[in-house]
Design a protein around this ligand. Structure first.
Ligand code: ADP
Ligand code: MN
Ligand code: MN
Ligand code: MN
Ligand code: MN
Length: 373
């Protein structure tokens, strides 16, 4: 694979990028009228990494149920102990494919074992069940995905000096300029690809750490919040492959530097209605009782990775107790000032780690705040 970390470091390009890749012209080859490429995407047995495979179709599916169920070898994805275990991908959500374009599609799938039971990391099933029970409450989720861009060769953040560390400075956040912002072309390309795909991306900004970024998805309705965020993650990783960049969503990739979270913004119809602040306060009270149980769900390592981030500094709350407040970023739960002023809207759960499974977080918030389980 051609690597081009050099360009982002501000050095002369070491090799072709996606744009001037000698194979690039073949990407734009038109497909025969009756053909399209479907890329099936799924979460593997780590609960954290994605896999994908392609299939040519000779029809345009309208809904996921139109699509064929595909099989894959679960023993190569940490999803089965037996060798060559045939497991199954069930299509759940369809997006336009910014990589193959034309009529081609990306398909978010969930996974089933040889007995057609959901696999251990198929958290979508439970989440979809919870959502179905309260669909009339119209739960919306908006997720802020933070991440670091790393050179895949040595897992060093882009633009960081080869020895030591960059200057500690407040200039990186929303920074402009080659000395403080790294990988903008990649992140802007991702933004446009998400819009093209039909993913409701609403924003992008450079975060507090150099080469740390945040994009925001949503609001998405119920379980689709998980589909939308996982597909956005997929697209960014495919684009980053072209540069030899690894997208790190570790909650605390570098000790003593900013961690990465996935703030989950949540509202129901009642919260968005007149005086919805009362509903918001009720929900936050319930979150207080479930706090310790929730912490275990906020990263795929039982909360252990995220605990390195929830230390009460670097703009994150301490994990021990749930704290809530208006405007204050050091709280676990934050209510935006204008929402406190308007007395309706949504609240922000700042606890989940950047590597969280959004299906798990959505499920937990629905069951605790809406279903009272
Ligand atoms: P912050 O001030 O915490 O950095 P951002 O602007 O980064 O906030 O992100 C705001 C998030 O809130 C977005 O993901 C957006 O989709 C989401 N959001 C906006 N309105 C609602 C709502 N009514 N319910 C749930 N999420 C919402
Ligand atoms: Mn095969
Ligand atoms: Mn944000
Ligand atoms: Mn942020
Ligand atoms: Mn936030």
């Amino acid at each position: 694979m051609v690597k081009n970390v050099g360009r982002i470091h501000g050095n002369p390009p070491k090799g072709p990028t996606l744009m001037d890749n000698p194979l690039g012209k073949y990407f734009s080859l038109p497909l025969p009228d009756d053909k399209l490429i479907a890329t099936y995407v799924w979460i593997d047995g780590t609960g954290e990494n994605l896999r994908s495979k392609n299939r040519t179709l000779n029809f345009l599916p309208k809904v996921p149920e139109d699509l064929p169920v595909m099989s894959f070898n679960g023993s190569a994805t940490r999803q089965a102990k037996k060798t060559n275990a045939d497991m199954y991908l069930f299509p759940r959500a369809i997006y336009r494919d910014p990589i193959h374009r034309g009529r081609s599609i990306l398909v978010m799938c969930d996974t089933y074992d040889t007995q057609l039971q959901p696999t251990a990391t198929n958290n979508r099933v439970r989440c979809a069940e919870a959502y179905l029970k309260c669909a009339e409450d119209e739960p919306w989720f908006g997720i802020e995905q933070e991440l670091f861009l790393m050179s895949a060769d040595d897992m060093r953040p882009l633009g960081w000096p080869y020895k030591g560390f960059p200057e500690r400075s407040s200039r990186y956040y929303c920074g402009v300029g080659a000395d403080r912002t790294f990988g903008r072309d990649l992140m802007e390309a991702h933004y446009k690809c998400c819009l093209y795909a039909g993913i409701p991306i609403v924003g992008l900004n450079v975060e507090m750490g150099p080469s740390q970024w945040e994009y925001q998805i949503g609001p998405s309705v119920g379980v689709s919040a998980g589909d939308d965020l996982w597909m956005a993650r997929y697209i960014l990783q495919i684009l980053a492959e072209q540069y030899g960049i690894e997208v790190s969503m570790k909650p605390k990739p570098l000790p003593d530097w900013m961690g990465s979270g996935a703030h989950v913004n949540f509202s129901t119809k009642l919260m968005r209605d007149v005086n919805g602040i009362v509903e918001i306060e009720k929900a936050i009270e319930k979150l207080g009782y479930a706090h310790q149980a929730h912490l275990k769900l906020f990263d795929p390592h039982g909360g252990r990775e995220n605990a390195k981030r929830l230390i009460g500094s670097h703009q994150v709350a301490h994990g021990d107790e749930l704290s809530a407040g208006v405007g204050e970023r050091l709280n676990s739960i934050r209510i935006h000032r204008n929402i406190a002023f308007e007395k309706k809207g949504y609240f922000e759960d700042r606890r989940p780690g950047a590597n969280c499974d959004p299906y798990v977080v959505v499920d937990a918030l629905l069951r605790t705040c809406v279903l009272n389980e």
